[in-house]
Design a protein around this ligand. Structure first.
Ligand code: X8Z
Ligand code: ZN
Length: 609
């Protein structure tokens, strides 16, 4: 046997060499053993577990108290994690092709390479620069304002106002001022971030950062792109029906001068700053008779005197009803549930586990409305996932894939049926909509769930092209606007300046959070929900099913969650649903009656755009 060369120096991050993806070992490559691989993984994993806790602590303080100092602290912690991950990834690539590796060592080596969101090249200072750019962009977003009737309005208030305001001139003002004041200022930082991240991704053997992101799904990046194409093709016809119907109703409400009967929809009329979910304008599209649901969750919460903490308690109540333990006392002491009045924070909702054990928290600027009631369930889904896998080793402290992580809370929220609202005392039994209101209930859900699909897809489609260089900085905004039109069939409410950077006005772009996860989650949540309802023995219309209180479902769900990222995601999917395929079919089954109905409603319309 040839001389064995220890890779300890590499593992410690002292040397990083550019590598091809999973390179075949050259004949003259230094010999390494599986024992060394095991030892490297153990060391790397311990260092990683420690670094992510330090980063989470710094980032929590930053996001709940934005100052120049906390920005510097989080950037420093972020740079340390990036440096460590990039160096580990480079070393992992050397070990990866070694024959005879144990299952876990091989999987952890692979994860060390693929589970990096924002890489940096190994040049001195690069990790610091990337982390600084990310923190600064996120801060600009967090502190962002638009205007309404000429008055400054902050991010969480403008988000709410976009849902309730029905004045086209004011909606346009809010849309344009938000996009101009939040998006535009981060463009230069974004361009630089792309440059550095790509240099980092290339050192690791990936074509660009987009390919790196697509590599984290237990398949090749090309297979993943094809999978998202397949999924979108399944659900796209349903989206087009909903678009057609909604446009018809907006035209009837606002007239041709504001919204034409054909072509794309004006982006600010859909009840959401990004036109990503349209449930807030349900009142504008509700069908006569069948459409009056007789209640609104936000109104119910207000009427019963709920405050924000009580809303979160109700969310926790769903999880405990299916047999999961209550949240720890520290959750209530340490979470940010309402917007602090005396400092700048990142209001965009998120869920945290500060110690990778049980220091679970959410960070929200909760409003007492139906949207945030759903968001609470969404965030707690992250927390219960984190808790379920907290016995896993550090490199498996993650969802089966990122779409799973985003889908769990939404699966629970699909159980917020009228009957469930009666059970928790929010709705009177006499107010439960009768079966002839089913179309209305489905349409309300579709306005949120179906409307979201192309948005969930296009953010990363745009970023994939940006990272690959197919879209150059000078064309960032025109490409974005073109994709918004192609996928969603929407247009900005006014001219966009040459230096506009509209993608920067959506949280996940400046914060550099991949977004395809939400597209996957939109489909997965219907797979999980359908499976849960089946396990619960539900035989009625799917959208009326609530698995509230069902401990068997809770146990089976938690078993899937407890796997963390230890197995390829099809194993986790199979454990709960019995299938290994992600699919849009469950969602289509849920909305099948609505799809039929939309067809009759839009007969004679020129659908499409
Ligand atoms: O960002 C989120 C969560 C935090 S992971 C509130 N969501 C996406 C968004 O708001 O754009 C949930 C739905 C989609
Ligand atoms: Zn989430």
């Amino acid at each position: 046997m040839s001389k064995l060369v220890s890779l300890a120096a590499l593992a410690a991050g002292l040397a990083v060499v550019p590598l091809a993806v999973a390179p075949a070992r050259a004949a003259d490559a230094p010999a390494v053993t599986t024992t060394e691989a095991d030892a490297f993984v153990a060391r790397a994993e311990a260092a990683y577990g420690k670094a992510i806790v330090e980063q989470a602590q710094a980032d929590w303080v930053y996001q709940t108290y934005i100052t120049p100092d906390t920005e510097a602290l989080t950037a420093r912690a972020g740079a340390a994690v990036t440096g460590l991950m990039v160096s580990n990834a480079a070393t992992a690539a050397k070990f990866a092709p070694l024959p005879g590796l144990s299952y876990d060592t091989a999987r952890k080596l692979a994860r060390m390479r693929t589970a990096i969101v924002l890489p940096a090249p190994s040049t001195p200072g690069a990790a610091e620069e990337v982390a600084t750019l990310q923190a600064r962009m996120q801060g600009v977003y967090g502190k962002g304002h638009g205007t309404l009737r000429g008055q400054a309005i902050n991010g969480s208030d403008i988000e709410e106002a976009m849902g309730t305001n029905r004045n086209p001139a004011e909606l346009k003002e809010m849309w344009l001022t938000w996009h101009d004041s939040v998006g535009k200022p981060v463009k230069a930082d974004y361009v630089r971030m792309v440059e550095l991240a790509n240099a980092g991704a290339r050192e690791l053997g990936y074509a660009d950062t987009g390919a790196l992101w697509r590599s984290n799904y237990d398949m090749t990046p090309e297979q993943f792109t094809a999978l998202t194409d397949k999924l979108w093709a399944e659900v796209r016809p349903l989206y087009e029906q909903l678009h057609c119907f909604t446009r018809m109703k907006l035209n009837a409400r606002y007239g041709d001068a504001v919204q034409a009967r054909t072509g794309p929809i004006r982006a600010d009329l859909l009840g959401n700053m990004w036109a990503q979910e349209w449930g807030n304008i349900y009142d504008l599209v509700a069908p006569q008779g069948a459409g009056d649901l007789g209640f609104d969750v936000g109104d119910l919460l207000q009427a019963k005197g709920y405050d924000q903490v009580r809303m979160v308690k109700a969310g926790e109540g769903f999880y405990t009803s299916i047999g999961l333990p209550p949240l720890p006392a520290t959750f209530w002491e340490r979470s940010q549930i309402t917007k602090p009045r005396d400092r700048e924070v990142v209001c965009h909702a998120s869920a945290w586990d500060l110690d990778n054990k049980d220091d679970l928290r959410i960070k929200m600027c909760t409003k007492i409305n139906g949207d945030d009631f759903v968001t609470i369930h969404h965030e707690l889904g992250h927390n219960y996932y984190q808790r379920a896998y907290n016995k896993q080793p550090a490199l498996y402290l993650d969802g089966a894939n990122d779409g799973f992580h985003e889908a769990i809370g939404d699966t629970m929220a699909l159980s917020i049926t009228p009957e469930y609202l009666v059970q928790i005392g929010l709705l009177d039994r006499a107010q439960v909509p009768s079966a002839d209101k089913d179309i209305g209930l489905l349409l309300k859900q579709a306005m949120d769930k179906v409307a979201f699909l192309p948005f969930g897809l296009l953010i990363d489609r745009w970023r994939w092209q940006v990272f690959s260089g197919q879209v150059k900085p000078a064309d960032y905004n025109t490409a974005w606007t073109a994709m918004r039109r192609t996928y969603q069939g929407i247009v900005p409410p006014g001219e966009r300046a040459a230096d506009a950077f509209d993608p920067g006005a959506k949280y996940h772009v400046p914060a550099v959070v991949p977004y395809t996860r939400y597209f996957l989650a939109r489909l997965l949540q219907f797979q999980f929900y359908e499976a849960a309802c089946k396990q619960a023995g539900w035989t009625g219309p799917l959208h009326r099913c609530s698995f509230y209180g069902n401990k068997a479902v809770g146990e089976k769900m938690n078993a899937m969650l407890a796997m963390g990222a230890s197995k390829p995601w099809p194993d986790a999917l199979e454990a709960f649903t019995g299938t290994r395929e992600m699919s849009g079919k469950a969602m289509l089954r849920y909305f099948a009656p609505l799809s039929q109905w939309l067809k009759t409603q839009t007969r004679g319309e020129t659908c499409g755009w």
